[in-house]
Design a protein around this ligand. Structure first.
Ligand SMILES: [Zn+2]
Length: 55
């Protein structure tokens, strides 16, 4: 099991392949970002779109 680098929730291998970067790492998941944000690339970068906890 791999984990979301943003919130630490577990993500599946398939999710990582679809939304992750070249190393299958995800910076966002459905626990901390919306599906639309993920489709926009929110899981690949730490773009402002996935920041919602005020940091
Ligand atoms: Zn997450």
């Amino acid at each position: 099991m791999e984990y979301c680098l943003n919130c630490g929730s577990g993500v599946s291998g398939r999710f990582r392949r679809v939304f992750g970067d070249n190393n299958n790492r995800v910076n966002a998941c459905l626990e901390c970002a919306s599906f639309r944000e993920l489709q926009a690339g929110g899981a690949v970068s730490v773009a402002p779109v996935v920041q919602r906890d005020g940091r």
